[in-house]
Ligand binder design. Structure first.
Ligand SMILES: C[S@@+](CC[C@H](N)C(=O)[O-])C[C@H]1O[C@@H](n2cnc3c(N)ncnc32)[C@H](O)[C@@H]1O
Length: 282
């Protein structure tokens, strides 16, 4: 198995277990090691407004493993087609489906069978019909070119070992003028490699998060325009203290190298309206 496949298998296993925990009445919480039972961790907790969570099944909310709330920040219009990359238990798909209404459609794409089973169950409980969950990988999106108005994603692109390919695929399936509106973990500024690795393990970014400027560069290379990265939650060393201490890290010693450098961000970009492919948009 090569490195990319190895990362994918680790991710699949981790999220398969998280889905089974939710199905058996537990919490979806997971990082590189399980986080607190109550899932009151600074990454996944309190991302959604009560007005949003009250409109979907509780199990969909419990299964939430994102690091942002792309559905609150993305512009979604009636009748549009939305695709959620790495849809997990389906929270953002169900919320988007409500936003685009019965004349629109929300697709969720996930590679983990246990997550897809959970998402299907949550959809059934919600009674929302304009939803379809697809089995597949975000590196090979099983949808035609130019078929989607908006791509959302919540803390998934950082899990891919081939982020260039994910962004190329996202660009391909978006209609000209289509929008990418994703939440993801990014880093800002230099961090020593060992510290970076430990912090990203805490956040659960198995394949490694991108530096903000790298993310922007990869989006531009894929053909996107109007790129914007807006921090939504900046992590504090105290947030990670218990986890890092458990890893044998001297937290006080590394604190100055971490402050303000690890964050969840909302990333926006657009596929130019008169666009035939990455090369002719540049
Ligand atoms: C951090 S969870 C986020 C789930 C969901 N977006 C949410 O906010 O609750 C990551 C999800 O992405 C899926 N995933 C990770 N890498 C993937 C890939 N390369 N292709 C398809 N799905 C992937 C996992 O199976 C898991 O369900």
């Amino acid at each position: 198995m090569n490195l990319k496949e190895d990362v994918k298998e680790q991710v699949r296993e981790k999220y398969g277990q998280a889905a089974l925990r939710v199905k058996s009445g537990g919490s979806s919480c997971c990082g590189a090691t399980p986080r607190s039972i109550a899932c009151a961790d600074p990454i996944t907790s309190n991302l959604y407004e009560a007005s949003q969570t009250s409109a979907i099944p509780e199990e969909a909310v419990l299964a939430s493993l994102g690091c942002g709330n792309p559905t609150a920040l993305a512009q979604l219009h009636t009748g549009e087609t939305v695709l959620d990359l790495g849809s997990g238990g389906g929270i953002d798909v169900l919320l988007s489906a409500r936003r685009v209404g019965p004349t629109g459609k929300a697709y969720g794409l996930d590679m983990t069978d246990e997550m897809l089973a959970l998402a299907h169950e949550n959809q059934r409980k919600s009674g929302i019909e304009n939803v379809e969950f697809l089995r597949g990988e975000i590196e090979n999106i099983p949808l035609p070119d130019n078929s989607v108005d908006v791509i959302i994603s919540n803390c998934v692109i950082n899990l891919s070992a081939d982020k260039d390919r994910v962004l190329r695929e996202a660009f391909r399936v978006l209609k000209p003028g289509g929008r990418l509106a994703v939440s993801d973990v990014v880093t800002r500024g230099e961090v020593p490699a060992g510290v970076r690795q430990n912090m990203l393990l805490w956040v659960g970014c198995i394949a490694g998060a991108l530096e903000e400027y790298e993310y922007v560069g990869k989006l531009a290379k894929a053909g996107f325009a109007g790129i914007d990265v807006e921090p939504t939650r900046v992590y504090n060393i105290e947030d990670a203290r218990a986890f890092l201490t458990g890893q044998g890290v001297d937290v006080d010693a590394i604190a100055p190298q971490v402050e303000g450098k690890f964050m969840s961000a909302f990333i926006r970009a657009t596929k130019p309206a008169s666009c035939c492919g990455p090369s002719c948009c540049s």
